[in-house]
Design a binder for this molecule. Structure first.
Ligand code: ADP
Ligand code: MG
Length: 688
């Protein structure tokens, strides 16, 4: 149904709705109230008392004025009802609010009340424009308040108008159910039509909440149905070649490994061995905190492939990390006589052609590289296993692409972003998960502290001492995309300053705008110990491994996200030295900045940090919406609604297991909704 099919909806208003992303009657129906105005809790101004519980006041704007000077400027708005007058104040964003309503307008305010002398006041209340005072006193106690934005601009599409449209739709439109009967019954959900009523015209709060829950469930359910379906498709088509460990693998683990494996490494390796031995494609994720030792496990898996006559490929998100892996392979595999090569974007043509020929000719058994590995030109001779490192930096798409480089190769993906379990289940429910919780023995937990600029002398003395003791240090500067040039200046200036300060110490500079071979050179000098201090932007963030480096100073630490700080910190604490991470924030610290630094000082546990970060930022931002391939849910929140997610997952997987093509009579309406849903997202799920 088109928007303009709705009587009382003009072209002009349809345009305004479209600008806000609402293109159809169905989408309009999905515009849910932001909150409900509850007549029973509207307080007469006379009755207001100071309280921490927010209340609703309905009144008329009698005066608005800007008070104060300079940075102290604020907007004061006086609101009057039959019983008295109160004040609303905006310190921030007042320019917006001053234009939002005029004297004489009816508004409702929602916020905490404070008393100043005899004056009751609300700072930064939530404001809703009302048509008239009766707006808040309909026959029903709850009035839906719809989200509005600049396109709805003042008076043009009012709350009342939206209400009217929705009333029309609900009266005229038959809304079919698609959730199977047994699910509706099991969870005691309202039917779809009723659920829309309960959201838009609720009898009471409870009905509205229950209905909203149903819609959240729907989102999770369809998503999990897709995940289950993907897994189903993968399993049914995923015959693969069994792989078994042989001489190389045994020699590597028995004779060449300079340390004993951790329990987590052992368990993970045996899970991988079991997966690989079957004639079915492996699809496994290793989740392990930075420094847990995932690389060795990956090498083990790749050797099993080589032992069985296959090639293996390992893909990493950055050049530096790919190189790092290359050097690790060199250390471990050269003595075994295994042929391996590095494949990168910036390589000279002659070299690149040579590498490509080696891969397609089967002379090289293991390839490590960046995205270059999945490029068109790369042809494998017999790819049996693909490994993706730091998998959260890639999308589902790349996962699919690398699999197309062979005849159903096994897949191993690794992630150092410790993701809370609920989130991992959602994101990767088509993968089996191995968790590596323990750290290699002998590691001393990193000590983390916050130091301010006034402590800089002490910090520098400490740095000198560390270097004098044969240690190495990182000094990290933030790199924020919008102002790359500016931040680069920070790092460069820091580098120059430090060189003057410590003329007798070898200091290197590393940043993203350097040429490939320059970067390599600097990194290699640091690895080999020719440089004692490495000043860098966040290019060293991922996976870099120099076990002699035991100090990290993070400048402008407040500008980093929590998980990023933790990832950075993971570069140290890898050897036997006691390691120190010193966070040096700038002068201005926001509340969230303070919280992040505090959390870093409190804990070394990546899972705890991830959990806190997730709460702080929400899932989209936490994983970087684009790269994570995380679906956008309109109503549901992966963190807050975990329980619902788990239920939806169980229900969905059960249905796909018993009736994967939805042929059963009772699944016909579901099929009608799910088929287009799944098709539309086929690319996302890597099956398009
Ligand atoms: P990550 O899991 O972050 O990728 P790495 O694989 O880079 O960690 O390993 C970090 C460091 O720990 C490497 O120097 C590696 O050689 C070392 N390491 C791995 N496993 C063990 C172990 N079981 N005992 C001691 N050191 C180990
Ligand atoms: Mg790693």
């Amino acid at each position: 149904m088109k928007l303009t099919d709705l009587h009382s909806l003009s072209e002009k208003r349809a345009k305004a709705l479209q600008k806000s992303g609402i293109h159809s009657v169905d989408e309009l129906l999905h515009l849910f109230p932001r909150r409900y105005l509850d007549k029973t809790t509207v307080k007469p101004i006379q009755m207001l008392t100071e309280s921490n519980d927010p209340v609703t006041v309905v009144g008329r704007v009698v005066q608005k004025k800007v008070e104060g000077y300079g940075r102290k400027r604020r907007l004061e708005v006086f609101v009057q009802d039959k019983t008295g007058t109160m004040k609303a104040v905006w310190f921030k964003g007042w320019k917006y609010f001053i234009s939002r309503f005029d004297e004489g307008d009816w508004i409702s305010l929602f916020g905490k009340v404070k008393r100043y002398g005899r004056q009751m006041s609300m700072a930064h209340p939530e404001v809703d424009q009302l048509e008239s005072p009766e707006d808040a006193q309909k026959t029903k106690t709850l009035t839906p308040i719809y989200p509005s934005n600049q396109h709805f601009s003042k008076g043009y599409i009012s709350n009342k108008i939206v209400q009217g449209w929705i009333e029309n739709i609900l009266a005229e439109k038959e809304i079919p159910e698609f959730l199977p009967e047994e699910i509706i019954e099991k969870h005691k959900f309202p039917k779809r039509q009723q659920a829309f009523r309960d959201v838009h015209q609720p009898e009471n709060k409870k009905a509205a909440e229950r209905a909203l829950e149903r819609f959240k469930y729907e989102e999770f359910f369809l998503f999990e149905m897709s995940m289950a379906k993907v897994k189903r498709i993968q399993i049914s088509r995923a015959e693969s070649n069994p792989i078994k460990p042989g001489k190389l693998t045994r020699t590597f683990f028995n004779d060449h490994l300079p340390f004993a494996l951790t329990d987590g490494q052992k368990t993970t390796l045996s899970e991988i061995r079991n997966d690989l031995a079957r004639p079915v494609q492996m699809n496994r994720l290793i989740q392990g905190d930075v420094g847990a030792g995932k690389t060795v496990v990956a090498i083990g898996a790749m050797l099993m492939a080589v032992d069985s006559g296959f090639q293996a490929a390992m893909m990493a998100p950055t050049e530096i990390l790919a190189e790092q892996h290359y050097y690790t392979l060199k250390k471990f595999l050269e003595p075994l006589g295994v042929h391996f090569r590095l494949l990168q974007g910036g390589q000279k043509k002659a070299l690149r052609d040579d590498v490509l020929a080696d891969i397609s000719g089967g002379r090289c058994s293991i390839v490590v590289g960046t995205h270059a590995v999945i490029q068109e030109a790369v042809k494998f001779n017999k790819l049996g296993l693909a490994v993706i490192d730091e998998q959260h930096r890639f999308g589902v798409k790349q996962r699919t692409e690398i699999l197309q480089k062979g005849d159903h190769p096994h897949l191993l993906v690794m992630s150092a972003t410790p993701i809370p379990r609920s989130l991992a289940m959602t994101l990767y429910s088509d993968l089996d998960i191995s968790v590596m919780k323990d750290m290699p023995a002998g590691r001393k937990p990193i000590k983390t502290a916050v130091r301010r600029d006034r402590d800089r002398e002490d910090v520098y003395n400490f740095l000198r001492q560390t270097v004098a003791d044969g240690g190495q240090a990182y000094i990290v500067y933030p790199l924020i995309e919008e102002s790359e040039a500016l931040d680069l200046k920070d790092a460069t200036m820091g580098f120059e300053k430090l060189k003057r300060r410590f003329p007798d110490i070898e200091i290197g500079l590393l940043h993203g705008q350097m040429k490939q071979d320059e970067k390599e050179g600097v990194m290699q000098s640091f690895v080999e110990g020719d440089l004692q201090i490495l000043v860098s932007t966040t290019v060293i963030e991922v996976g870099v491994d120099v076990s002699n480096a035991s100090v990290m100073i993070i400048e402008h630490a407040e500008r980093f996200g929590l998980s990023q700080l933790h990832q950075l910190r993971g570069r140290i604490g890898r050897g036997t030295r006691q390691s120190y991470c010193i966070l040096m924030p700038g002068d201005k610290l926001s509340e969230s900045g303070r919280f992040r630094l505090k959390k870093m000082v409190e804990t070394n546990d990546g899972f705890e940090i991830a959990e806190a970060d997730l709460k702080l930022r929400g899932p989209g931002d936490f994983l970087g919406t684009k790269q994570s391939g995380l679906p956008e849910f309109q109503y549901a929140d992966i963190v807050e609604d975990r329980l619902l997610l788990e239920q939806a997952k169980n229900d969905a997987w059960k249905i796909i297991e018993s009736d994967s093509d939805l042929e059963h009579e009772s699944h016909q309406s579901l099929k009608q909704v799910f088929t287009p849903y799944f098709k539309e997202r086929a690319a996302y799920f890597g099956i398009g």
